[in-house]
Each structure stands twice: as C-alpha cells, then as structure tokens.
Design a protein around this ligand. Structure first.
Ligand SMILES: [Zn+2]
Ligand SMILES: [Zn+2]
Length: 360
C-alpha cells in the first residue's frame, strides 16, 4: 500500500458540484463518460505536486477568459512547431516521427518540424556544446551553448535559458508555439539537479529534455553529474521513452496553449513534483481540459479518440488502448442517444407543423 500524504495546507479538494461547474453545465458529456475518469489522486509522497502547491484549478469558463488563442487576431497562429536540439545519432533512440504524429493527433493541430539547430557537436577544448543556428532571414551562425561540465564523470548539461533565448529569435509568425526537444540533460540555475524543461508562454517558446526519461538511467539526487546509463538493449526502451515523452510534450504544449494545471480529475494536466509522480499520470485529458482543447482545435471527440487509439495500438500502449476503447464505446453510444433524441424532436416538430396547418 502506498502511504497517504496530505494535500498542502489551504488546498481545497473540489467537490462534485465544483467539478460539474468547472466543466460547465452546458457540456454534452454523459455521466457515464465522466465516470470513466478517475478522481484526483491524494498525494503519496511529500514531494508530490499537490503536497506542495496550492493550485486553484482552471475552470472551462476561466480558460475561455484567459486563453490568448481564442481571439480573432490569433487565428493565423495555427501551427505547433517542433525543433530538434541534438545530433541524429542520439535522437535515433527516440522516434521523432512518432512523437510528431502523436502530438498532431492529440492536439488535432498540424505539427511542423523546423530545422533550426544543425551540426550539434561537443567542442573538446571549450568543453561546451556548439551548433549552427539558422535565423529567420536565413543566415547561419555557429553558436556556443552555455554548458556545465564535470571532468571526472565527463558529463555535461546545457543551460535551458540559453536555448529559450535562441528560440525566441526564430518563432515563425504562424506558430502557436515553438518547442525544442532534446535528449541532452538540461539545467537552469546552479543548484538544479536537472530540469525537464522550461517554457515562456508569452514568447510562445519552450525547450524540453527527455534525457531523464530514459528507462536505462540511474541517478543520484545529490549531484547533477551523478548518473549511469545501463548498457542494455531492449525493445521496450524506445517504447517507454516514447510514452514518457508523449506525456511530457503534450502536458507542456497544453500549458503553452493556455491550459493550466488540473485539480478536478486524475488528468494529464495534473502538476507533477518528481519523475515517479510524472510516470504515474495519465496520457489523456479529463473532460474539462478536453473541452478546453476542443475550443482551440474544433474537433470531433470520437474521431480524435479513434486517431489516438490507432496510435496507441501501433505502439502497444496497452493501458491506454483499454481506456480509449472503453471511452470510445461510451462516446459512440452517447452520440446515438443524442441523435435519436434529435430525430424524435424533429419528427415532433413536423407533426406540430402539420397540425397547425390543418387548423388553419
Ligand atoms: Zn505543468
Ligand atoms: Zn484535467
């Protein structure tokens, strides 16, 4: 049994009426659909997000008020751009095309790969990573990435803030966001052990590292350079890394699109305080956050789930397949009920019209 830890002082656990209000009473999801989502989990470690942060939650209505992408003048910013900050060798472990494909299905938004950083190499004398960048006007430049290095272990970390600065110069005008991804380890300030990523929503940029998501990695919690990569070969490594990367990337892009942390369900948008908590969180959005996303991308819920199911089946994400199949069945049933009701209503209308005509 995992131990139960209290929520941070002052955190208000949402009651059923708060959850219903957060979704909006005009939402079309059935109770059966809503009940297929688990409720918000109680923290099990002192490090868990809600044991430390007093989140207030973002209702659907609040999202409509806050989200900048719902304004008419932002309709041109329609693409999600990804860019790779790494060399091809390392990235071969992560199936980038699958990650792009998943992101596209998830957000129902076109995802484009932008080649910004090339010739990514280690400079031995400077002990830093260097690469070539391409600016918006097409000119190229060799740049040194701020790097910290430990000579004993020969491990290095790249400063994520430095990457954000570079990204900000290159955001395409039609971008909802520009996200750099890498398998290099990131840090932000000196005391950091590591940082999975950093986003600057108002500048529409973010950078994320999947390095610590590698299932072969063992690391201590005292020194950033204290890690070991087990030299095992297994098919499940790429699969686990892909699943974890899909989760991180969609959570973070969710933030960039204006969706805050969720406190209403066990949900992809729950905050996470450490990797173990992160890995235990679901891959999908709760009904409230899904409704928010549907405002941005105007999709058909059934079609979106079918596309996600196809992806999860191809990549053998077993738990996710079961969940999606169950929810798809409910959504399809609900659709049938709604359509039958609609037909009945329109039959009724016609009969009334006929009656009225007769009276005349
Ligand atoms: Zn978050
Ligand atoms: Zn949620």
């Amino acid at each position: 049994m995992s131990k139960k830890v209290s929520f941070v002082r002052g955190f208000r656990i949402p009651k059923q009426e708060d959850i219903d209000a957060a979704l909006g009473h005009d939402a079309l999801f059935s109770n059966e659909f809503k009940n297929s989502f688990d409720s918000l989990p109680t923290p099990t470690s002192d490090q868990d997000w809600l044991a430390n942060y007093k989140e207030k939650g973002q209702t659907y209505t609040k999202f409509l008020d806050e989200c900048p992408y719902l304004d008419d003048d932002s309709s041109l910013q329609k693409y999600i751009y990804l860019t790779l900050l790494d060399n091809d060798d390392r990235l071969s472990l992560l199936n980038i095309n699958h990650l792009i494909d998943y992101t596209q299905r998830f957000f129902q938004t076109e995802v484009k790969l932008l080649p910004l950083f090339t010739n990514f190499i280690w400079n031995k004398s400077k002990r830093t990573w260097i690469c070539t960048t391409k600016s918006r006007n097409g000119s190229t430049k060799e740049i040194t990435l701020r790097t910290r290095y430990d000579p004993t272990s020969e491990h290095s970390q790249i400063c994520v803030d430095n990457v954000l600065t570079l990204l900000k110069r290159s955001v395409p005008p039609d971008a909802r966001c520009l996200v750099a991804i890498t398998l290099h380890d990131f840090y932000s300030s000196e005391p950091d052990l590591f940082i999975a990523g950093l986003a600057q929503g108002n500048a529409r940029v973010a950078a994320f590292s999947f390095f610590r998501y590698d299932p072969r990695l063992k690391f201590g919690d005292e020194f950033w350079y204290d890690w070991k990569m087990k030299q095992t070969q297994s098919k499940t490594i790429s699969k686990t890394l892909l699943l974890r990367s899909c989760r991180l990337l969609t959570h973070e892009i969710g933030h960039l699109l204006g969706i805050d942390h969720c406190i209403y369900y066990n949900c992809l948008m729950n905050g996470s305080g450490h990797l173990k908590e992160d890995f235990s969180q679901p891959l999908f959005l709760c009904p409230i956050d899904m409704r928010k996303l549907s405002e941005l991308a105007k999709f058909d819920f059934i079609q979106r789930y079918e596309q996600l199911l196809e992806f999860c089946t191809e990549n053998q994400f077993k738990d996710e397949i079961n969940l999606l199949e169950k929810r798809l069945e409910i959504l399809k049933n609900d659709k049938e009920i709604i359509e039958t009701k609609k037909n009945k209503n329109s039959d009724g209308e016609q009969i009334q019209k006929v009656k009225r005509l007769k009276k005349k």
